[in-house]
Design a protein around this ligand. Structure first.
Ligand code: DGP
Length: 114
């Protein structure tokens, strides 16, 4: 059994509030939302960090972006606007080492981020 929490969510071993699923990715609500809408999009296949992604992962990374946009449409905040964020490694604020795209919406998001 893997100790990667997002692999375990992808395999259905740990429950999550799933928004959408495709063959390659899964989107679910973040446990600690930083905005009124806060979803995470993960690839089903384990990739620890964006730094470890390879050219062969190009299509999977594209699937994540498109799923993020679909989540925003499904949850109704696409037209008002939202932000997608992919934190990488310690200085990027990554805490779960299975890549995930944050999709944040429902309020004005300041820039630059902290
Ligand atoms: P990051 O700091 O970029 O690695 O973001 C990790 C996010 O994952 C953070 O916003 C909280 C969320 N998270 C951590 N564990 C769980 C979990 O078990 N379930 C869900 N739904 N979200 C989780």
């Amino acid at each position: 059994m893997t100790d990667c929490i997002f692999c375990r969510i992808a395999e259905g071993e740990i429950s999550a509030r799933v928004i959408l699923e495709t063959e390659s990715v899964l989107a679910f609500h973040d446990l600690n939302p930083a905005a009124p809408h806060h979803a995470l999009v993960i690839p089903r296949r384990h990739i620890a960090t964006l730094d470890e992604a390879e050219p062969d992962d190009r299509s999977l990374l594209g699937d994540m972006m498109l799923a993020g946009a679909e989540v925003a449409r499904q949850l109704g905040f696409a037209k008002k606007g939202y932000r997608t964020v992919l934190n990488c490694n310690h200085n990027g604020g990554q805490s779960v080492y299975h890549i995930h795209l944050h999709v944040l919406g429902g309020r004005n998001l300041s820039w630059p981020p902290g």
